[in-house]
Design a binder for this molecule. Sequence first.
Ligand SMILES: Cc1cc2nc3c(=O)[nH]c(=O)nc-3n(C[C@H](O)[C@H](O)[C@H](O)COP(=O)(O)OP(=O)(O)OC[C@H]3O[C@@H](n4cnc5c(N)ncnc54)[C@H](O)[C@@H]3O)c2cc1C
Length: 426
Amino acid sequence: MLIGVVPLALCSTQLMPGRGFVVNLSIALGFVALSVLGLQFALAARLSRATAPFGIDAVLRYHRQISFLAVAAAFGHPVLLFLAEDRYRVLLDVVHAPLRAQLAWASVGALVVLMVTSIWRRALRLGYAVWHVLHSALGVLIVLAALGHAFLVNYYFSETWVRLAWALYAAAFLWLAVWVRLVKPIRLWRRPWRVAELWPEPGGSVTVGLERAHRHGGDHGFSFQAGQFAWILTGRTPFTLTYHPFSMSSSAVSSRVEFTIKRVGQFTSSIRELKVGDTVYVDGPHGSFTLERHPGLGYVFLGAGAGVTPFLSMLATMADQGDQRPCWLFLGNSHEGQITGIRQLGRLQGRLNLTVVHVISRPGEAWTGERGRITADLLDRHLPEHRRSLQYFLCAREEVVTSVEQTLLGLDVPAERIHSERFGMV
Ligand SMILES: Cc1cc2nc3c(=O)[nH]c(=O)nc-3n(C[C@H](O)[C@H](O)[C@H](O)COP(=O)(O)OP(=O)(O)OC[C@H]3O[C@@H](n4cnc5c(N)ncnc54)[C@H](O)[C@@H]3O)c2cc1C
């Protein structure tokens, strides 16, 4: 909010009431749109300190939601201007309009393309990687064109110190881009990992064990909290636009770092082709989906498919620490032969105070366990009387998490005890 309204504070030092309220409001909307759009770079920059208090899924949801506000302001700006005074309407002629207006149209046009490709990415059959490159490029174009427009129009820009403040603002956006695309990859390149082990899991997943490659000397360590994740990249260099997020599935107190990755698309399929010794870059740890942040007398973990991975790490860590607090794990899968993490769970047997409930949506005839989905009735049957005092962790695709969240609220579980991580958040 603060960053969004800073430009208005800058403008208020040199108010020009002669322009009239509507024109001034239109200019204010333009400035707010520009600063909120600039802020989007910070939200999407994988800055662990910025995302830690909220969780990456909440930050990306905010990124999405606040961009609607920016779009409303960005469109409100020209619309109000054209309504206020006829003389501005000549700017609608994009070809013959002055450069300052052409830059504004370029920014608005790019914004429209960005919105359409983001909202309807799946319907347009745009692959995630292509979309991500397009999204980043359009983001830079939108903000640079809008800044150029504001500098050339020169309303509320005449004071030197205001121009300087805006130049600093622009430099901060630029620095973020340089940080994400250059500084960070260089750091990762100096600290590569190598594949130490790789084995297939049921459910179309693969577990990859990584260790430091020590290419540039010195072990920089990798300490994480169970439930956190890292952005992963395979290949020769870390200089790329798209990284993929995966939760660590191994114990946080062991020296090995493992990821259990389910095949859903291009990148996750390519994991199967990795060989022992191959280089992997790991940007992390990130995330706040951890037991440390939400201490409790007992835990209920609810997941589906690959959503089990952060729980594998949490449970393995609890076992290594001799933690005997009661835990319940509810796992949704389509078939009993396709349960991601089933082997890791088997290894934890007898080391924890853990009840595992598998819920299978399309089971074979021999299946005697729970069938269908995770419902209120099912939870009611398995959870203890004092369930309101437990901490609940949910991890799966967006729709599943939202539906289980509603079910828990319906069972009177306090909202502040429900913590979630959404895997398909974009
Ligand atoms: C915090 C977090 C932790 C995750 N942990 C695991 C895990 O431990 N194991 C596991 O199997 N999966 C995990 N995922 C999901 C995993 O990141 C995606 O399945 C994977 O990136 C898909 O890439 P793809 O190219 O194979 O598939 P695509 O066909 O490109 O993508 C399938 C869907 O996955 C999502 N996705 C793709 N790329 C990204 C990306 N770079 N960033 C965010 N989302 C993306 C999109 O919603 C996309 O529609 C996690 C996701 C998040 C957000």
